[in-house]
Design a protein around this ligand. Sequence first.
Ligand code: SF4
Length: 410
Amino acid sequence: MTINANDALSSARKRRIQKAVLGWYGLHGRKLPWRESADPYRVWLSEVMLQQTTVAAVVPYFERFTAAFPDVESLAAAEIDEVLKLWEGLGYYSRARNLHKAAQVVVSEYSGKFPDDVSTLRELPGIGRYTAGAIASFAFDKPAAIVEANTERLYARLIALREDVRSTSSQKTLWEFAESIVPSERPGDFNQALMDIGSKICRPQDPDCDQCPLQPCCHSFEQGLQGTVPVRKPRVPITAVSELGVVLQHRGKFLLRRRTETERWAGMWDFVRFEIDDAEAASLPFTQTLSARSTSLRANSNGKKNDDVPGGKKRRRTQSLFSPAGETFSESLTARIAESSGALPRQVLASMEFSYSVTRYKVRLFCFLCKAETPKLREDHEQNWFSIEKLGELPLSTTGRQIAVWLEQL
Ligand code: SF4
């Protein structure tokens, strides 16, 4: 059944929702660092950070980022590596690169002043419908609608939406509903209050309907549907994959390359790393211990959270591997390492297993520290040799940083 947002909302109900939400916000709204002012730069920054993780995880990132780049001009003038370094660990690095590009556009085309309307904001790199609505309403008090994870769930329950909440028609219904309820008075407070109610009260599991200011207007509560709305299609199954990570060492330095625009974690620096198949995994120097470990890891794998996303219940494991000094890779893996780096791996010095999840993949990363011989770097990649000290200054993915920490501990 398709619900038209207007069918679900009489004007009396709309007024009750607005009054209840704004009344609740005055008493219970969250005090957050980015709410201390209506600075559109801070609103924008916090909203982009919050798209990928929890409020608690974002606060220290937000504080470090705004200390380094207190305004849009300083962000626009920064080197991209400085921006990525401060973003390190938040994941979704394209968002950091888009922040940097958008800051440059705001400075060059709008004299450092953010546009205040949704359609112009959406022309900036990385700013979608939600972020534009958040900036317009929070910073400029424009009656712009928002739909993000918390409000999506809240709206779906308020109108008892029984279709898959991610479907195109559901999204259309939810946006129409959001547009129909946002008031012309205090739209920013109203939207922030809805996000807080969604986060604190209308939680994904076990919504606290007894404490909810919207209970009298909630169709799901009325029909006892809180446990089944929002409806979501089953998740895509998790796929297990293996990666080989190779830390090539030459004259006390380590080889890293910058990941390209078409790769995951684009713009970040990384060690040599690529996916390997089962036969290649079986040929690694620790073959003798692989099958016992595989069984235990498969039993523990759930793969629900993304790599590089702080604040979730992620499970990242490390495990020392058996790898006698002097062992080397198979001929074919040696060729793949040489092809991706330009350098030839020689004997293995140490090894470690890491695991992480990214999108629908559960990844086992088998990492080896090797001496490199005849180092001749690929010229079509941005790559270089770095000292252990220099690794601390480079922007790395979370697993890249784990490898760097492991190297420090050897
Ligand atoms: Fe959510 Fe319950 Fe409030 Fe409805 S009454 S909006 S289900 S918390």
